[in-house]
Design a protein around this ligand. Structure first.
Ligand SMILES: NC(=O)c1ccc[n+]([C@@H]2O[C@H](COP(=O)([O-])OP(=O)(O)OC[C@H]3O[C@@H](n4cnc5c(N)ncnc54)[C@H](O)[C@@H]3O)[C@@H](O)[C@H]2O)c1
Length: 265
């Protein structure tokens, strides 16, 4: 039997990248999937390609009214929501001292307020069936920091806090809430910050210090691994998992290989 047979899933930011890969995998696994994105044309294209199991939804995750209208449309069409993947996200790169308030607030609205609004809107629908799985796509940058992305880092740490709060409050209603913390994602998110003429998809797998097991894997392979983790958490296979972080980072946070020490070569 398919791993999401009979389930209805909403995936935000499904117009490309990790969200698109997740939506495609969910349909393969028997789900009916709502592809939500602020870029309506993008999700319409992907949903058309996926056929009857898919529905495109124009949704701004940072808008309370957009969630209200959007979830009402999903319930009208499918009658239920079993899975919510809060995947939509924005990146902004600048040194801390150069980061403008407007950019900081823009990221908070989409990366932090967005998942909060999604959970708050969908939870009452899930409660009716006493069952549901919510997966928040955070980042490895929500587990440690990196230079040049203070707004992004802070929203991803916050999302892990939202995950735990929601898991504690919604558990008694049969709703599980987890966070996925990937290292890899869509090269499109990073491309605007690449030097002129440099292709993010080509260089990213080599910029990131993966373990040796990750050598020779493309960016698409790495994004596919993130989608598979989201699938596991969305499905009933992860029934014992809630309020937790799931790293998909090729071992990046395991520690460091110190050249010259025993076991390092
Ligand atoms: N790209 C990476 O290297 C990377 C690494 C780790 C984690 N992530 C996380 O993975 C998730 C998916 O990102 P991605 O890598 O696929 O990037 P992406 O930029 O390709 O996709 C993000 C999607 O979110 C949509 N979106 C943006 N603002 C929105 C809004 N207000 N409402 C609805 N949709 C909106 C965009 O239109 C886009 O389709 C994000 O949460 C991101 O932070 C990305």
């Amino acid at each position: 039997m398919a791993r999401l047979e009979g389930k209805v899933a909403m995936v935000t930011g499904a117009g490309r990248g990790t969200g698109e890969a997740t939506a495609r995998l969910f349909v393969q696994e028997g789900a009916r999937v709502v592809l939500a994105d602020i870029r309506e044309d993008a999700v319409e294209g992907v949903a058309k390609n996926l056929g009857d199991a898919a529905m495109a939804l124009a949704l701004d995750v940072g808008s309370e009214s957009s969630w209200k209208v959007g979830v009402a449309r999903v319930v009208e069409r499918f009658g239920r929501v079993d899975v919510l993947v809060n995947n939509a996200g924005l990146l902004h790169m600048a040194a801390l001292v150069d980061t403008q308030v407007a950019d900081f607030e823009r990221l908070m609205r989409v990366n932090q307020l967005g998942p909060f609004l999604g959970i708050r809107t969908v939870a009452p629908v899930m409660k009716e069936r006493m069952s549901g799985s919510i997966v928040n796509v955070a980042s490895i940058d929500g587990m440690r920091a990196q230079t040049g992305i203070v707004a992004y880092v802070s929203t991803k740490w916050a999302l892990r806090g939202i995950t735990r709060s929601a898991a504690l409050e919604l558990g008694r209603h049969g709703i599980r809430v987890n966070a996925v913390c990937p290292e890899a994602g869509s090269p499109d998110m990073v491309q605007p910050y690449m030097p002129e003429g440099v292709d993010a998809a080509a260089v990213l797998p080599h910029m990131q210090p993966h373990l040796r097991t990750q050598k020779d894997r493309s960016q698409a392979d790495l994004v596919g691994d993130v989608a598979k983790m989201i699938l596991f958490l969305a499905s009933d296979e992860s029934a014992s998992c809630t309020g937790a972080d799931f790293l998909v980072d090729g071992g990046n946070l395991a520690g460091r290989v110190v050249k010259g020490t025993p076991g390092s070569d």
